[in-house]
Each structure stands twice: as structure tokens, then as C-alpha cells.
Design a protein around this ligand. Structure first.
Ligand code: NAG
Ligand code: NAG
Ligand code: NAG
Ligand code: NAG
Ligand code: NAG
Ligand code: NAG
Ligand code: ZN
Length: 674
């Protein structure tokens, strides 16, 4: 092979393709890939798989070695100052067989338009279920094509092996930013002369930090890999969770990393649970147990939560103690469930109590494992469950799969308080971990339905308040680290007030915009002012009037074309754009929905015209902390650090020198201490 000429071509082309719209394989800019890649951090004793790939591009700007991948690559690992060993020797594990496949990708938008994908042949090996116990700096070096090397510097962090918190409750306001929190406070809390008379529960946390949310290979993240970073301490690729995304066609063979609940179960045998207002198979809740490059494998991911990863030897977290949310289509037998099986039945067989509505949720005992699935898809939002309740009849979301509506629905607060009771009982002295997600802050921001998104943010805040009071009542508050954070943001803000009456009556779009009042014309929030004849009976900490004449002028930095009248959408969740008769949705894109906010004015979007909704943004997100270890959460840090801080507080690091046997065999569910 003529390495010197090809190498020149390769170097020249790499400069062109770094930090680009398309990537051959995210965390692998060279032709040799090591996953976990350079800059990876590990908890001592945390299980992971090691994937090596050598790429031979067949054509395109990187074409190399006639498309023949080097199958004779070698890899070594060394601890700083120590001797280099082969992976098999270092981990005392058998040498795996070579795997081969090919994949293709588009180098840029021109290649996509011309439909000229670049083809790549791959040779690979994967070493499964490894762990490093001794903290320190390690270097993994992959050698291929004779003189090429890819190195990965890894850090095994020196972390606490002693528990400081018995319990951790991690609240995630999906997509929640400080701008949204500020707007929700203004919606739900009265102020006099610029001073609030009551505050959010979030405002009362003693410690506040900021986390950076970037994915491993893109600066804007989605909810799968950002949740995975929070839960595992490893960043990943958009749509991936619990794995580093490799290039193989199988979405389930990617190199895995162990998550906090898998570690917690095998280290302390604690109880754990997840609660969400989304489908329980949705990215944020399912990333606690899911190991796949594709968040869309909903059925398989539900099976993984119950049965652990069965395809490859991995750790057995034994199934959640509590699992409450929507997503019934992954449970009743049919297209949505894994292999068409009945997962209500599978969970019942595994010893779960099952609840399909709020009444039976509240009646459940606290001693058995609990599955609660209350509807298909995501739960209808707080505003529809509490204010515009007639909309519930329009949903076809019965948890048993019929087209009738699910009407007896719990909210985030009922699910979370019940989860705490069950986990407290089941965890006993061993404690528990609970993740509780306000999912539709994100989902309704995507739809530009600001009122529904902020209503769910107030529901999350109300749930945090009730949970803290409940922990106090059961004597667990001082044993529990309570965190509230997010996985990413949306570019939302409020920039003024709107006279909706003037807006509706003005005739032209340009005239209607006069109704937007900025600075001194923004006025004061009218959402906390009672309106005659209107009583939503939704208690304090929520607006008493969702439809005042003077509303918020608000919006997102990233949106499709839409029409704004800045009024609450009373008849159900908003749909800003739709496919339009006479136009092709893919070729021509989407247009302003003819029935949305008909008295408003059109605002042209900033996104590709095929995007049906707003998208995530770059902003750092807040971390609120109280309880044991709260001081660790101040300052600015990466999303993966949230995992290391929680893990350190829970004493999840395994002590140096006492590796549990057997590595590379067994099922990995050995417990360190009772
Ligand atoms: C593979 O590499 C080893 C050294 O790393 C070398 O001794 C051997 O000849 C190589 N085999 C082939 C088929 O290139
Ligand atoms: C690479 O080869 C494939 C299949 O032979 C072809 O479809 C594709 O257009 C080629 N791509 C480029 C960039 O030449
Ligand atoms: C196991 O892997 C196969 C593909 O190799 C996939 O189709 C299946 O869904 C996986 N099963 C589970 C339970 O993850
Ligand atoms: C709630 O579920 C229980 C059984 O889980 C059922 O008996 C009851 O009819 C359900 N209630 C409603 C309102 O659907
Ligand atoms: C929005 O864009 C369309 C063209 O796509 C243009 O005709 C229209 O005037 C724009 N509307 C506004 C309010 O800028
Ligand atoms: C680990 O899990 C496997 C599979 O569920 C089970 O057969 C085995 O008994 C468990 N081992 C321990 C030590 O709990
Ligand atoms: Zn999210």
C-alpha cells in the first residue's frame, strides 16, 4: 500500500471536514476509532465496553488503501508511568474476533443533493464489560495501517467509596431554562411594586450551579445523550443513550457504559424508580437503563428496563422498583411492544403491581414493585388536566389500547409522591434513587405552546415543593440529596406585554404588531389578577387567569413559520405549522397552520422549512441542589459532572484493589455491601 501519498490526501481533506454539518463518525475524526474516546472519564469500577474500528473509505474525499481496512491493528493501554499492555492482558480477558461491515455517509449538503454518499469499509473488535479500579490517567493507543495511531486519554476519577446521602431525587425539567423559570414565576406569583409576594420552590434552594450540555460530537444536544451524560458520566451522540455510537448497522451492539441505577443496584442494592409525564420509553426516563444508539427502539428499550441488556453480558439492574408515566403502546401487545408481546403481563409475571389510572395509583400498596402506565403517548399537560379539562375527551389514549380517552389521569405530583413512598419502603436502610421528569416543558416549547410549557414548569415546581414537604414528614429530608436540573434548553424568552384585544382588532399584520408593548409598555403581569367569574381552583402557585387581555409577548430563537396572537390555546395543544394542500411536505416544506391563532400576525421562522417545531438551543442550564453534598453543585461544570457528583455522594466508586470477580464473565450483579 502507498501510505505516503494517501496520507497526504487524508491530511488535506481532514482540515476541510472538521466541525461540520455531516460527520463520518462523530467522536472519530481519524480513520482509527477508540470508544470510549479521548477525554473520557470513568468512575472507578464502572463497567464499559471498548470498541475499536479501523476505517477504509472506498470513495469520496477520504478514499484510502483501496477501501481495504487494516484487520491487523493492535491496541495497548498504559497507566501513567506504568508499562503498556495489550487490552487482553491488562483486563485478563480473551481476544475477541474481528468484525467487518460497511456504512455510507454524505460529506456535505452538496453530496446529499447529488445523492453521492461516501462508502466506508470497517474492521473492528469489541471487548465487553471491562472496568478500571485504580484512579489515575490512562492512555489507550490504537495502531493501524503500519504507522497510524489514534490515542485516547482516559481519566479514572478518584471518587468517594463511602455514602454521604442515603437517597437522591433528581428532578429533570426537560428543556427548562432560567428564562422559562423567570416567566413561570411571573405567571404564577403575585408581585407588588416589583417585589414578589411568594416565590417558586426553586427560588428557595440553597445552592445553584450551571451545567454545559454539549453532546460529544455536536454542540446542540437532544434528550437521549444529554440524559445519558447525566446518568453515566459519558457524553454521547444525538439519539444515543448508554453507549458510544459506533458505525455498525446494529443499533444494539454499540459499546455500553454503566448507568447510575445499574451501579447503585449492584453496589448497594438500593431501590430505584423513574417517573415522567412523557411516555416512560421516552429518552429521559429510558436512558436510566437503555443501551442503544437509537432512542426510537421504544419496545426493545422497555424490555431492557425490565430484563436488562439480554443481547450481551452486562449488569442486571433487576428492573425498576417504581415506573410511572405514559407510553402504553409499548405495553399492550401490538406493533409498539417488543416482539408484539404483552408487557403488562411480563411486568406482572416479574412481581409488579400494575396501575392504569389515578384512582388505582393512589390505592396501591407500598411494598411491591409498581408499574403505572396511565395513557398512550405522553400525558396530557397540566393545563388540559386542570384548566381546559374538556380537551381530555379529544385524546384517543386509553392505556389498554382502545381509541377512548384516558380521563382518570394522575399528575407529576401524585406520581412522584407515590414513588417516594414505595421507594422509601422498598429501599429501607439501603436508600433509593428517583428520577422525576416534567417532560412537556420541552414538548410544548417544541410546539411553541408557551402556556402549556410554563404550566408544566409550575407543575414541576409544585411537585418539588410537595416532595420536600413529604420527605420532611417521613423523616428523610436530611438524608436526601434533592436536585433539580434540565437536560438542555430552548431559546425561549419574554420580551414584552401584548394587548390581545388591540391585536385581534387591528387589520394588517404590521398594525397588529403595535399591540406588542416593550419596556415601559410591557406593564405588569395580569395572570395573577382574579377575573370576575373565573375560578380554576388550581390552588396557589399557579395563575388564577390564563386568558387575561394583557399577556406575554414571547417566543423562541428557533422556530418554524407561525402566526402569533399571544393568547392561550384553549382548545388543546398548539400546532403552529401543517402540511398544506397542493404542497409536498418534504419537497416544499410546511406552512403556517391555517387554523392556528387566526387573528394573529405571521412571523417567519428561522429553521429549515421542513421542521415542524422549534428546536433545542445552546444555553447552559441550572442545577438546584439541597441536602447532603449540596455544596458540590455550585459553580459551572459539564453535564457529565452531575453524574460524578451524585455518584460520589452515593459512594458508588469501587475501592481500588478489590475488583469483584469475575470480570468478563458472570452477570455482574454482585453487591459490594448490604
Ligand atoms: C500483523 O502485525 C504484526 C505486528 O504487530 C506483524 O508481526 C504481523 O506480520 C502482521 N500480520 C499481517 C498479516 O500483516
Ligand atoms: C461511492 O460509491 C457508491 C457506490 O458505488 C456510489 O453510489 C457513490 O455515489 C460514490 N460516492 C462518491 C462520493 O463518489
Ligand atoms: C437485541 O438486538 C437485536 C439486534 O441485534 C435487536 O433487534 C433487539 O431489539 C435487541 N433486543 C433487546 C431486548 O434489546
Ligand atoms: C381504574 O383501574 C382499575 C383497575 O386497575 C379499574 O378497576 C377501574 O375501573 C379503573 N377506573 C377508571 C375510572 O377507569
Ligand atoms: C414570510 O415569508 C414569505 C415568503 O416565504 C413572504 O411572502 C412574507 O411576506 C413573509 N412574511 C412576513 C410577515 O415577513
Ligand atoms: C445475578 O443475576 C442472575 C440473573 O438474574 C441470577 O441468576 C443470579 O442468581 C444473580 N446473582 C446474584 C449474586 O444475585
Ligand atoms: Zn430534553
Amino acid at each position: 500500500m502507498d501510505i505516503s501519498t494517501s496520507l497526504f490526501v487524508l491530511t488535506a481533506s481532514l482540515a476541510l471536514v472538521t466541525g461540520q454539518t455531516s460527520q463520518r463518525l462523530g467522536a472519530c475524526p481519524t480513520l482509527g476509532c477508540v470508544f470510549p474516546p479521548d477525554q473520557a472519564d470513568f468512575l472507578p469500577g464502572q463497567y464499559f465496553d471498548l470498541r475499536l474500528e479501523v476505517h477504509a473509505p472506498v470513495n469520496g474525499s477520504e478514499a484510502f488503501n483501496d477501501g481495504e481496512p487494516d484487520e491487523n491493528f493492535s491496541v495497548i493501554i498504559s497507566k501513567e508511568g506504568g508499562e503498556a499492555k495489550s487490552i487482553a492482558e491488562f483486563f485478563d480477558i480473551a481476544e475477541p474476533a474481528i468484525e467487518k461491515w460497511d456504512f455510507s455517509w454524505y460529506e456535505d449538503l452538496f453530496a446529499e443533493d447529488a445523492d453521492t454518499p461516501s462508502v466506508v469499509n470497517v474492521a473492528s473488535k469489541i471487548y465487553r464489560r471491562l472496568a478500571i479500579y485504580e484512579p489515575g490517567n490512562y492512555v489507550v493507543e490504537l495502531s493501524y495501517y503500519g504507522d497510524k495511531k489514534t490515542t485516547a486519554e482516559w481519566v479514572v476519577r478518584p471518587l468517594a467509596t463511602e455514602k454521604k446521602a442515603k437517597n437522591v431525587i433528581l428532578f429533570i425539567g426537560d428543556g427548562m431554562t432560567t428564562n422559562m423559570i423567570t416567566a413561570a414565576r411571573l405567571l404564577g406569583h403575585n408581585s407588588i411594586n416589583g417585589k414578589y409576594q411568594s416565590l417558586l420552590q426553586l427560588d428557595k434552594f440553597p445552592v445553584l450551579g450551571h451545567q454545559m450540555t454539549h453532546s460529544i460530537d455536536s454542540f446542540i444536544t437532544d434528550s437521549a445523550n444529554s440524559a445519558s451524560a447525566l446518568y453515566s458520566g459519558h457524553k454521547s451522540t444525538v439519539n444515543a443513550m448508554g453507549v458510544y455510537a459506533d458505525s455498525s448497522p446494529d443499533a444494539f451492539d454499540d459499546p455500553k457504559v454503566e448507568t447510575i441505577v445499574e451501579l447503585l443496584k449492584r453496589t448497594w442494592d438500593s431501590a430505584w424508580g423513574a417517573v415522567s409525564t412523557a411516555a416512560i420509553s421516552d429518552a429521559t426516563p429510558i436512558a436510566l437503563t437503555g443501551h442503544s444508539r437509537s432512542r426510537y427502539q421504544y419496545g426493545s428499550l422497555v424490555d431492557q428496563a425490565l430484563n436488562s441488556v439480554t443481547n450481551y453480558t452486562w449488569t442486571n439492574q433487576g428492573g425498576p422498583d417504581v415506573w410511572f408515566g405514559g407510553g402504553a403502546e409499548q405495553f399492550y401487545p401490538g406493533d409498539g411492544s417488543y416482539e408484539g408481546k404483552d408487557y403488562y403481563e411480563a411486568f406482572a409475571q416479574a412481581g409488579y403491581d400494575i396501575s392504569l389510572n389515578k384512582t388505582s395509583l393512589l390505592e396501591m400498596g407500598n411494598s411491591r414493585k409498581a408499574l403505572g402506565v396511565f395513557c398512550q403517548s405522553h400525558l396530557p399537560v397540566w393545563l388540559d388536566r386542570n384548566v381546559y379539562t374538556e380537551n381530555l375527551a379529544d385524546f384517543e389514549n386509553d392505556p389498554l389500547g382502545s381509541e377512548s380517552p384516558a380521563l382518570d389521569l394522575p399528575g407529576l405530583k401524585e406520581m412522584t409522591l407515590k414513588a417516594v413512598d414505595i421507594l422509601h419502603h422498598r429501599g429501607g436502610k439501603k436508600g433509593f434513587f428517583l428520577m422525576s421528569e416534567g417532560a412537556s416543558i420541552d414538548k410544548q416549547m417544541h410546539a411553541l405552546d408557551y402556556d402549556r410549557a410554563l404550566g408544566d414548569l409550575l407543575e414541576l415546581d409544585d411537585t418539588v415543593r410537595a416532595t420536600i414537604n413529604h420527605l420532611k414528614a417521613i423523616g428523610e429530608l436530611e438524608n436526601t440529596l434533592v436536585l433539580v436540573t434540565s437536560d438542555h434548553g430552548h431559546g425561549f424568552d419574554v420580551f414584552g406585554g401584548v394587548d390581545t384585544k388591540y391585536l385581534a382588532e387591528a387589520e394588517t399584520g404590521r398594525q397588529k404588531r403595535t399591540a406588542v408593548g416593550v419596556y415601559e409598555r410591557s406593564g405588569l403581569s395580569q395572570y395573577t389578577v382574579p377575573m370576575e367569574g373565573v375560578s380554576y381552583n388550581t390552588g396557589p402557585n399557579f395563575p388564577v387567569n390564563w386568558d387575561p387581555r394583557y399577556t406575554f409577548a414571547q417566543g423562541l430563537a428557533a422556530d418554524p413559520d407561525r402566526r402569533e396572537n399571544y393568547r392561550v390555546h384553549k382548545s388543546g395543544p398548539r400546532s403552529p405549522v401543517s402540511s398544506t394542500p397542493g404542497f409536498d411536505e418534504v419537497e416544499d416544506g410546511l406552512f403556517v397552520d391555517a387554523e392556528d391563532a387566526t387573528d394573529g400576525f405571521v412571523v417567519n421562522g428561522t429553521l429549515p422549512v421542513t421542521e415542524a417545531s422549534g428546536v433545542h438551543s445552546l444555553t447552559d442550564v441550572a442545577v438546584f441542589a439541597m441536602g447532603p453534598c449540596q455544596e458540590m453543585f455550585g459553580g459551572v461544570y459539564g453535564n457529565v459532572d452531575v453524574f460524578y457528583k451524585m455518584a460520589s455522594c452515593l459512594g458508588l466508586a469501587w475501592p481500588d484493589g478489590t475488583p469483584p470477580k469475575p470480570i468478563g464473565g458472570g452477570f455482574g450483579n454482585e453487591t459490594r455491601k448490604g
